[in-house]
Design a protein around this ligand. Sequence first.
Ligand SMILES: Nc1ncnc2c1ncn2[C@@H]1O[C@H](COP(=O)(O)OP(=O)(O)O)[C@@H](O)[C@H]1O
Ligand SMILES: [Mg+2]
Length: 332
Amino acid sequence: MPDGAAPVLDVKDLKTVFKTRAGEIHAVNSVSFDLRPGELLGVVGESGSGKSVTMMSLIGLLPTPPAEIRAGQVVFKDQNLLSIDETGLRDIRGKRIGFVFQDPMTSLNPVFNVGFQIGEPLRKHMGLSKSAARTRAVELLELVGIPDARRRLNDYPHQFSGGMRQRVMIAIALACDPEVLIADEPTTALDVTIQAQILDLVKELREKLGMAIIWITHDLGVIAGIADRVLVMYAGQVVEQAPVQELFANPQHPYTRSLLKTIPTVSGERAQRLQVIEGQPPILTASPTACPFLPRCAHHFDRCAAENPARRPVAPGHDAACFWDPTTGAPR
Ligand SMILES: Nc1ncnc2c1ncn2[C@@H]1O[C@H](COP(=O)(O)OP(=O)(O)O)[C@@H](O)[C@H]1O
Ligand SMILES: [Mg+2]
């Protein structure tokens, strides 16, 4: 991953709100990040921190209304995805940017066999004939490690196990050889062994195909083994960003430090949760004017109530949105 290379995806100050009867929910608040060629970017944060809404905003998958993208720029190669029309987006989605979501049972269509579903983006985006699409579908099933691929083309989603269905979803996402793959908690519903197999598969595919990957999870432990760089999200913001080893060795934000303590340690047969983070994330009825983590933070100062800290550099390639300096225990 050359450091100076132009990013594949460059997101700046993205703001997404939901208009509800009870008022506005500010789900994504000035999120900025980039994705570099060939890198695996992990995105972590508790449920409700805005991970999915951020990614769905990027490629126009949110229903508007109730959602509204209020500000920002999403530059993919040389186009701002927020200013192109639905036809243009449809051309990019599923072709140049592939997706895998958490629950393949709701993303796969139960009434079509998987051969048809893998072939669909190939026919739609690449203009492949039915028979060429079938041939390519066999290759793709083999690529994602599904045994007896040719025969399994005729099977329906319910005839596959959870892990195998997720492999089918990955095959669909990779069908058109995308430049970016966005995987939103794709292994959350799977048991630990199958999850590990899927993670190995993704590592292998990245080496083979070289696309950039955004991997979303609520589990920092998953990220440790696969990511190059990590974004930590809290309350619709990126609160910390660093290369993976740096983040684990030198976490800055109190929220990241708490997340690290929730990674299960394996002792004998059983994984144990060491600690849970006390308290609840805020409900964002406006964009925060104080640090949104303040109510759950053990290290806050007066300033944290007066100002929402911006992200600023703490080490090379590492920034955090916090006024507390963990090295000195004093304000920065
Ligand atoms: N359809 C919706 N209507 C109102 N608020 C929503 C809707 N979808 C998501 N949200 C809000 O956006 C926040 C972020 O959600 P999401 O991105 O799904 O979180 P994550 O993927 O990190 O678990 C949620 O806490 C919720 O308040
Ligand atoms: Mg989500």
